[in-house]
Design a protein around this ligand. Structure first.
Ligand code: NIG
Ligand code: FE
Length: 414
């Protein structure tokens, strides 16, 4: 073969191509596509070749990156974040230590509502600067594609401001962003006793969000003291009519039946699922709805009952993992840390975890054809790790194992 590439990534100890036919459900998640002693070729920002060193004989390129036997994987995909927000909430740490529950803090006007005040007060430019900083950090930790939700405005203007911030970041930041409209994230103080009127207001934004292409997905927080299953279903059906994909914060704290609703509505993902019932899990397995598990949130809320990942995998659910990066329940951009928590608390195997943060995560945000896999035609979003094998990353915890990150074939972090 005598073909010229733009870049050849050589001397790869272990290459995780994740080159399956698509997302993996249940036990399929135990399989991993690995090439030992591999070479990867990049052309026009896309993956153009993967194979062994022997198969690569004859390939040439103007630039070569010698990996010195390191592990190489697709860029990580984080399918659930709230990375655009004003302020921070370190003052809640003491309340947590005193045992004040998350939903009580919210009920008292703190929690999400305190971030709403800070986000309303921040200018668009401030938010762009603040979120760019977080995205830089995500990139340095190996995340090359992430979903970002609005939901700290809870009024038309501030929700739009958040969505415009995400749009600006989509244009200027190397991390690929997928935008979700989460206007239904909490009930604002102004509508304390009238959540139906508030949902009408948020529904009223759907047309503009669609017309201006400000989001691909619509999400809602279905939870005790926030929105009921009935309210959520009505709202999401409307969003579906507009052509949005659906996502749901379901059964995070109390098992209200959001899991069943998500599967029934054909949502692209149902997220959290800590309290999902057997029936809910069965319905998820029958659907193509991805279970996006957020064990960092359970950890940070100081809870001891985690989502039942083992049961979900046994039943055949497509399972993914995300940081849930937000200023309240999960202030971390670090998906590597989530991989460790998934290993220890969700009892997921390294193979399941790698599928969960690449190919399945891409599917959870409608990026199956672009991200999460290193096969011909996919974005050359690549992480070179300071590790010799994939099992090492969840094992050695709390530090950053990234050596180099390439986005669309270009080095963006080293
Ligand atoms: O996914 N649960 C609702 N939303 C976020 C938390 C947001 C916040 O506390 O600011 C979550 O955990
Ligand atoms: Fe969330």
């Amino acid at each position: 073969m005598a073909e010229t590439m733009d870049v050849l990534v050589t001397n790869i100890g272990q290459l995780l191509t994740m080159a399956s036919s698509g997302p993996k459900a249940g036990k399929e998640m135990q399989t991993l596509e690995v090439i030992e002693g591999a070479v990867l070729g990049i052309k026009d920002g896309k993956v153009a070749f993967t194979g062994t060193a022997d198969e690569a004989a004859g390939l040439t390129a103007s630039e070569t990156i010698d990996c010195g036997g390191k592990l190489v994987t697709p860029g990580l995909v984080d399918p659930h974040t709230h990375a655009v927000f004003g302020g921070s909430r370190e003052h809640e740490m003491a309340l947590k230590q005193q045992g004040v529950p998350y939903l009580d803090i919210l009920k008292q006007g703190g929690g999400i509502l305190s971030t709403v005040e800070a986000t309303r007060a921040a200018s668009e430019e401030e938010l762009v600067r603040k979120s760019s900083f977080y995205l830089d950090r995500m990139l340095s930790l190996g995340t090359t594609t992430a979903e970002v939700k609005s939901g700290y405005g809870l009024d038309v203007n501030t929700e739009l401001k958040q969505l415009y911030v995400t749009k600006k970041l989509q244009d200027k930041h190397p991390v690929d962003l997928v935008s979700t409209f989460l206007g239904a994230h909490a009930i604002p103080k102004s509508h304390k006793d009238n959540s139906d009127v508030f949902l009408e207001e948020m529904s009223g934004m759907l047309q503009q969000v669609k017309d201006e292409k400000l989001a691909e997905f619509v999400d809602i927080f279905t939870e005790t003291g926030v929105f009921t299953v009935e309210q959520s279903e009505k709202y999401l059906r409307k969003a579906k009519e507009y052509g949005f994909g659906l996502k749901i914060h379901a059964d995070e704290i109390d098992p209200l039946g959001g899991t069943e609703m998500a599967a029934g509505l054909g949502a692209v993902s149902a997220d959290h699922l800590v309290g999902s019932t057997d029936e809910g899990i069965r319905k998820m397995a029958e659907s193509r709805t991805v279970a996006v598990l957020l064990p960092g949130t359970t950890f940070y809320l100081g809870k001891h009952t985690y989502a039942r990942a083992r049961k979900m995998i046994e039943e055949g659910v497509i399972v993914s993992l995300a940081t849930d990066f937000n200023p309240g329940s999960s202030p971390t951009e670090n998906l590597q840390l989530i991989m460790t928590i998934a290993a220890l608390q969700l009892k997921m195997s390294p193979e399941e975890i790698w599928n969960a943060v690449t190919v399945n995560a891409a599917h959870a945000i409608g990026r199956t054809e672009q991200a999460g896999q290193l096969k011909e035609g996919r974005n050359a979003d690549i992480v070179i790790w300071d590790a010799a094998n994939y099992k090492y990353i969840p094992y050695h915890y709390g530090v950053n194992h990234v050596n180099t990150v390439l986005k669309n074939g270009k080095v963006v972090y080293q």
